[in-house]
Design a protein around this ligand. Structure first.
Ligand code: ZN
Ligand code: ZN
Length: 237
């Protein structure tokens, strides 16, 4: 369903495949709030029954994110970060304080980015509410994060950012891959800490090991699936 919100696209994207409906974890709900001048997909994920959930990558425009949280009726239990770029992490401290929740992730290799968010803002010529970020918990490859029984495996995928992590929920065949992989593209590697070879390696040795029917949301632009990208992404062929 499409719900216009303060002029920004805001939509709920339930996972509704037959396979998912057959599992006890079918009630994972997802909504995207596009935030910042970079049109970043701040993602709300919550459980339909308990309403507990997380906010992934609150990069800014906190008022819009909070309005979306209210509209969904979700109860935020944590903020998850995929990586330390300004469009993903700059609103995290404000939202953490407003909601009184912990910031979880990314991998600690993004310390320089997260402690340099105010510097990133100057570099991009941005003004306004940008604050350096100190997560409460770092994430490592092989760990699991969860809310309301929905478990996400953590994969450390450097290349776009050194400490980039992605979240993979096998039960609902869904992943959040941040800026690692996009529909028809991959993350840029010309920013500080970027490394093209490392990014390709992360995608090929981790994301491309997942089955074709894994749907994913990324940090910008439309959702896609592993199968689609395996078949047609020009950066992976
Ligand atoms: Zn990024
Ligand atoms: Zn981004």
């Amino acid at each position: 369903m499409g719900v216009p919100y303060f002029g920004a696209p805001f939509f709920v994207w339930p996972i509704t495949t037959a396979t998912v409906e057959d599992t006890p974890l079918a009630n994972l709900q997802i909504a995207i709030v596009q935030v910042t001048a970079f049109q970043q997909n701040c993602t709300l994920m919550w459980d339909e029954d308990t309403k507990e959930g997380v906010v992934v990558d609150p990069g800014g425009d906190i008022d819009q994110i909070q309005a979306a949280i209210l509209e969904t009726g979700m109860k935020v239990t944590a903020i998850w970060l995929t990586h330390g770029h300004i469009d993903h992490a700059a609103g995290a401290m404000d939202l953490k304080e407003a909601l009184d929740v912990e910031i979880i992730g990314p991998h600690k290799d993004d310390v320089p980015l997260l402690s340099g968010l105010e510097e990133q803002a100057r570099m991009f010529g941005l003004e306004g509410a940008v604050r350096n970020c100190e997560p409460d918990r770092w994430l490592n490859e092989g760990e699991t994060v969860s809310f309301a029984g929905h478990e996400f495996a953590v994969f450390h995928c450097p290349g776009h950012a050194p400490g980039h992590v992605v979240f993979y929920n096998q039960a609902t065949k869904f992943a959040h891959v941040g800026d690692v992989l996009f529909a028809g593209s991959i993350g840029r590697t010309d920013l500080p800490g970027g490394n093209h070879d490392a990014l390709i390696q992360s995608i090929k040795t981790k994301l491309m090991k997942w089955p074709d029917d894994i749907q994913f949301i990324c940090g910008h632009g439309p959702a896609s699936s592993i199968g689609k990208e395996r078949a047609s992404n020009p950066f992976l062929t």
